[in-house]
Design a protein around this ligand. Structure first.
Ligand code: PEP
Ligand code: MN
Length: 462
């Protein structure tokens, strides 16, 4: 792919790079950041970063603060966070239809949860910036050929050729552009009338009526419709349901990109990473002395940290001390991803040791990343029953500890892909072949996402 975005910017006469900074925002540079691309031409990178420092923000600091308030409500049990989207967004899939189906899926899940459990849902997309992937190996070998691993479209291309796998700094700019157009469409969908709760039936349109959960959703939509008609007859004001809040989130992995998109908030003088509303630190880069922890400790967005099966209470407490020293509600979310086999053993230990000491932290369950397996047919997959088993373990552990299960963080798509085994439509190992499209991790398809929402609504209503 040859993109010369730089030239486009030059033609447009880009603004001078902002010299704004605050102390410490660049400290991460001296901390040996892990999982970063290796670019061959420093001048090319410098030119791209200069452009990124002058582009308009994707989000506003005030919106990030608003999300912080919403997440704080979830930490108290007054709301529930639903974060969902691709493992890795791709440039090619940033089409209107695919973006709409993902937004529709999240809206439908939120409707199921809100109606089923009478709880406001904080809607977040792993969207408009989820382009960088940490990898366990720098290289990939196929049929005796070894090339650099695919690290997400923001770094290189998935195609298995030397040219495609080269780390290309121009992709940073393209990722910004694609994030911008994606977020623009999300904002249009969610504030322009499409997300009006009175269109609750419409959101089911375009999905396969043969899928078992389609009909279950239709039934629920009819009930919501009836309730709305009743409210209408009572003279209710529907302004509040005309649009919805929808926030963007991604793993803050490429620190040059995140740094270049950090701006000083004119209201407060504080730095915000304006590449997305919510940013998280992955399981592979969450070491206490890591560059990623340092950088995110200095921006004011609401942030998350993944906690895998080896995370200890001492580590989690130390991370909270670094990332949320003031104990600000909504600032820090722990996203646990233990695996169905160990969550019932590990999460209770963490909650017992730290639940009371960090009352401001929001606990969210990622039931995907601890449950990845390889099928006998060679696909990287997950079992729907394991995913739901982890969700059940999450709710049970919080129930027993007297702490609050604050939300879900999942990999999903609005498309009828076949990447995860099981679910009501019973995808089996052979079935995976039919439509396996993900570039990195397997995602719940539309039907499996709805099925999850129905089951989670039951957990929440308990
Ligand atoms: C991810 O969320 O796609 C991911 C890589 O997760 P983790 O850091 O938990 O492995
Ligand atoms: Mn993933």
């Amino acid at each position: 792919m040859s993109l010369n975005i730089s030239r486009v910017y030059e033609a447009a006469g880009h603004a001078e790079a902002s010299a704004e900074t605050v102390e410490g925002l660049d400290a991460w540079r001296g901390m040996n950041p892990q999982q970063q691309p290796t670019y061959t031409d420093p001048a090319e990178l410098a030119e791209v970063l200069e452009r990124l420092r002058s582009v308009p923000p994707l989000i506003f600091a005030g919106e990030a603060d608003q999300l912080k308030d919403r997440i704080a409500a979830a930490s108290r049990g007054d709301a529930f966070v639903l974060a969902g989207g691709d493992c890795a967004e791709s440039f090619a899939d940033a089409t209107a239809d695919k973006i709409r189906r993902r937004v529709q899926t999240v809206l439908q899940m939120a409707a199921v949860l809100t109606y089923g459990a009478s709880v406001p849902v904080v809607k977040i997309g792993r969207m408009a910036g989820q382009f960088a992937k940490p990898r366990s190996s720098d290289i990939e070998t196929r049929d005796g050929v070894t090339l650099p691993s695919y690290r997400g479209d923001i770094v290189n291309d998935h195609e298995f050729t030397a040219e495609a796998r080269r780390h290309d700094p121009h992709r940073l700019l393209y990722a910004y552009q694609v994030s911008s157009s994606t977020l623009n469409l999300i904002r249009a969908f969610t504030t322009g009338g499409f997300a009006d709760l009175r269109l609750v039936h419409e959101w089911n349109r375009g999905f396969l009526a043969s899928n078992p959960n389609y009909h279950r959703y239709e039934q629920l939509a009819r009930e919501i419709d009836r309730a709305l008609k009743f409210m209408d007859a009572c003279g209710a004001d529907f302004d509040a349901i005309r649009s919805v809040e929808f926030f963007s989130a991604h793993e803050a992995l490429l620190l040059e990109y995140e740094r270049a998109l950090t701006r000083i908030d004119s209201r407060t003088g504080d730095p915000y990473d304006v590449s997305g509303h919510f940013l998280w630190i992955g399981e592979r880069t969450r070491q206490l002395d890591s560059a990623h922890v340092d950088f995110l400790s200095r921006v004011k967005n609401p942030i998350g940290v993944k906690l895998g099966p080896t995370a200890t209470a001492a580590e989690a407490l130390a991370l909270a001390d670094r990332l949320d020293p003031e104990g600000e509600p909504g600032r820090l979310t722990f996203i646990t991803r233990m695996g169905a086999g160990v969550i019932r053993e590990r999460l209770p230990v963490l909650l017992a040791e730290i639940g009371d000491r960090l009352p401001q932290v929001t606990w969210v369950c990622d039931p995907m990343h601890g449950n990845t397996i390889t099928s006998n047919t060679g696909y990287k997959t997950r079992r729907f029953e394991d995913v739901m088993g982890e969700v059940a373990g999450f709710f049970d552990a919080h129930h027993d500890a007297g702490t609050i299960p604050g939300g879900l963080h999942i990999e999903l798509t609005g498309d009828d892909v076949t990447e995860i085994l099981g679910g009501a439509s019973e995808i089996d190992e052979e079935g995976l072949r039919r439509r396996y499209e993900t570039l990195v991790d397997p995602r719940l398809n539309h039907d499996q996402s709805l099925e999850m929402a129905f089951q989670v609504a039951e957990h929440l209503a308990e």
